[in-house]
Design a protein around this ligand. Sequence first.
Ligand code: DAH
Length: 344
Amino acid sequence: MKEKILEIKNNALNEIAKVDNQKALDEIRNKYLSRASELNNLKKGLKDLPAELRPEIGALTNSVSKEIEHLVNQKNEEFYAIELNKKLESEKIDVTLPSTFEPMGKVHPITRTINEITEIFELLGFSLIKNEFSPEVETEKYNFDLLNVPKEHPARDVQDTFYSKLAKNVVLRSQTSNAQVRQMQNSKPPIKIISPGRVYRSESVSARKNNLFHQVEGLYVDKNVAFSDLKGVLNEFIRLYFGASRPTRFRNSFFPFTEPSAEVDVQCIMCGGRGCPTCSNTGWLEILGSGMVDPNVLRAVDIDPEIYSGFAFGMGVERLAMLKYAIDDIRLFFNNDIRFINQF
Ligand code: DAH
């Protein structure tokens, strides 16, 4: 019996000495230390031994299985340490190296200005309508005809408007006012919306003008909408956007789609109203066109001008941004120079 135990011990020690991987070690543990192991069976058989032999054999089996267990655990720790070192080696980081810098994106000043304008008009009860309802590639019908712009109007001239070479009567919209028409065709008054977006004009690019710029169109149609509502809303917008201290003025104007019409000027931020190249020495910069929706425009979309009236406006986003942040060249918005954009 004793020999049998010592033989098991020798075998186990040999195997443990030779084992070189975790899986094999687990097998050894199972073979010598599990409930079904030979040693354990011997322990169970102790009770059949003569009483005087039991203490010695019992102590021996216990010490052998303890020793095996100890050696297996030791090996286990060795393997664990090897595994850990491998992992640490492969995942090593040198904290003294300079970090890889991921620059944060910034909201473009134009997007930011559109968001600001939108928030203010939402406060004033206007809803934002999505760009897909006022396409940038538009027909002359929506960009001009339904807005009461006569066929011979100079704005239709190829010098002002980009015409498609492929399709007849298709233009890049020259104003966001197409959104008004589409909105009135697709919903019934009361209508109180704003619609921001890109517009295109065939102009020579300069510090003041770009082929592509942005407008926010606004439209309010309901019963009893009066010019005083237009003035109230736009004054409130200006107060919230520029602050109360910025001098502004309403100026009589003309648009084919409004009657009467007005433009709003804001005092030039570059010269404080004294006159400079930015404002062509007038001391003022125009930020928007507006007016009471012409009855012809309402009729064209089947809204009865005897029952309903409305006002509309279209504001230049770049202008509004330039006047708030004292930017003197519109081209800066389109060059995508990160040094410019990062200032906002
Ligand atoms: N569409 C005009 C422009 O681009 C601006 C404008 C004027 C829009 C009067 C309007 C309006 O809605 O009522 O110059």
